[in-house]
Design a protein around this ligand. Structure first.
Ligand code: ATP
Ligand code: MG
Length: 408
């Protein structure tokens, strides 16, 4: 993409009411636009990064047999009444609205209820199991505080997968595979070394759920990390019994602030019982389906990467999620030789599939470099009169600052 054609502009200051570092940087670099507290629009650069995160998650969900769907955000109250989650007393962050005929509908904050109801049409016998279904979808939550930028939106993207198994053993096996898939996802997006599988409350269906918590001061959770075992315990469940279960010593644990980037849950038969999702086993006996749910917020992941990797000059993206792999910055000369060489190079790179943002704007070198630092593309190629004379490009690593001359 030619930067002169990119409609977004970088800016020096973020909006005054924006207090979160992730959103400040993403707004300044033109990745997102703040509509109001907790509601952000994704602009071309931001959408490219979000799509890359989504792509990585999709690959890992497909690899464990997930089948992708896209469900409606509008929620039929009867499914939620069946599980006792329709009332505002039971769930305090519902967005609800009314149809013209006066009937209330909800905007989905999660999708256990409608998917369980949907699966009644498709799961009849043990032969229809196992199944794992996922989607990427806009979720709505009337969050009380929305001060953390895209870490906590009132509208946000979620990947939610739901598993359906015939018995607890098959469920456990799938749950473990999903957990490993999550570990891979966070490694691939560049958060592996600071993301911990964290034991959290499991509700009434299993002793624990597992959160994936990424260390950052921007996080709202407190966790206790065992760096050697690479696990953590959420403060909410920290007690002697948990320590014993995990075989960790209290003195080995370090208190840290973290953000929950993912969460996996055993649901048991809570939803299948309430909504009547049953199958016939080999003996022809009806039994409830065992379920699990597995969530990740791609937009929260994007905000977390922005938050933890940025430096004082701006954003720093890992290659796997950067909007472009190379930022080609051309410093034009009067004669137009640099322009010609840069145009040629851009053509060649894009032709062989390299994703390049080409700064072809007529502006100062200083402006180009500071914009490039702010946008945070992992590799910068500078082409100038000076580098051209040496038939080379100056290659600079955004993260390490390491500069290298490479042959043109
Ligand atoms: P939190 O405790 O941070 O509010 P949660 O436990 O309510 O999160 P889940 O219901 O487990 O979140 O949702 C699954 C995933 O969706 C989370 O792990 C997170 O990545 C993402 N997520 C949840 N709420 C938000 C939000 N308001 N904005 C962005 N992402 C979110
Ligand atoms: Mg959670």
């Amino acid at each position: 993409m030619r930067q002169s054609a990119l409609f977004t502009k970088t800016r020096r200051e973020a909006p005054k009411d924006e207090v979160a570092k992730n959103a400040q940087l993403l707004i300044r670099a033109g990745y997102i636009h703040k509509e109001m507290a907790g509601a952000y629009s994704f602009l071309p650069l931001g959408l490219r990064t979000l799509d890359k995160i989504v792509g990585i998650i999709r690959e890992e969900m497909d690899a464990i047999g997930g089948q992708e769907v896209h469900m409606t955000a509008l929620q039929d109250r009867k499914n939620w009444e069946a599980t006792g989650r329709w009332s505002d007393e039971a769930v305090d962050n519902w967005f609800k609205t009314k149809l013209k005929n006066g009937n209330e509908v909800g905007l989905g904050f999660t999708h256990e209820e409608p998917l369980t109801a949907l699966m009644r049409d498709h799961i009849r016998s043990f032969r229809d199991l196992p199944a794992s279904i996922y989607q990427f979808q806009t979720k709505f939550r009337n969050e009380e505080r929305a001060k953390s930028g895209i870490l906590r939106g009132r509208e946000f993207l979620m990947k939610d997968l739901y598993s359906f198994n015939a018995d607890p053993k098959a469920h456990e096996a799938f749950y473990e595979r999903a957990k490993q898939a999550y570990v891979k996802i966070f490694e691939r997006v560049g958060l592996g070394d600071r993301t911990f599988v964290t034991f959290a409350s499991g509700g009434s269906f299993s002793k624990y759920s597992h959160e994936f918590q990424t260390l950052t001061d921007a996080g709202e959770d407190t966790i206790y990390v065992d760096p050697k075992k690479k696990i953590a315990v959420n403060k909410e469940v920290l007690n002697d019994e948990v320590l014993k279960d995990l075989g960790v010593e209290r003195s080995d644990l370090k208190e840290e602030k973290a953000v929950e980037v993912g969460n996996i849950f055993s649901l048991g038969t809570r939803f299948s019982d309430a909504l009547g999702l049953q199958f016939k086993d080999a003996e022809g006996k009806s039994r409830p389906v065992i379920m699990g749910s597995y969530g990740i917020g791609p937009s929260r992941v994007m905000g977390t990467i922005a938050e933890v990797m940025a430096d004082d000059k701006g954003l720093v993206w890992p290659e796997s999620v950067a909007p472009f792999g190379i930022h080609l910055v051309a410093l034009y000369d009067e004669a137009g030789t640099v322009k010609k060489a840069a145009d040629d190079l851009y053509e060649k790179l894009t032709k062989n599939g390299t994703e390049v943002l080409y700064d072809d704007r007529e502006c100062s070198a200083g402006e180009k470099f500071s914009d490039s630092d702010l946008i945070g593309i992992p590799m910068r190629y500078v082409l100038s009169e000076k580098t051209l004379k040496a038939a080379s490009i100056e290659k600079k690593d955004r993260r390490t600052g390491k500069v290298e001359m490479i042959g043109l």
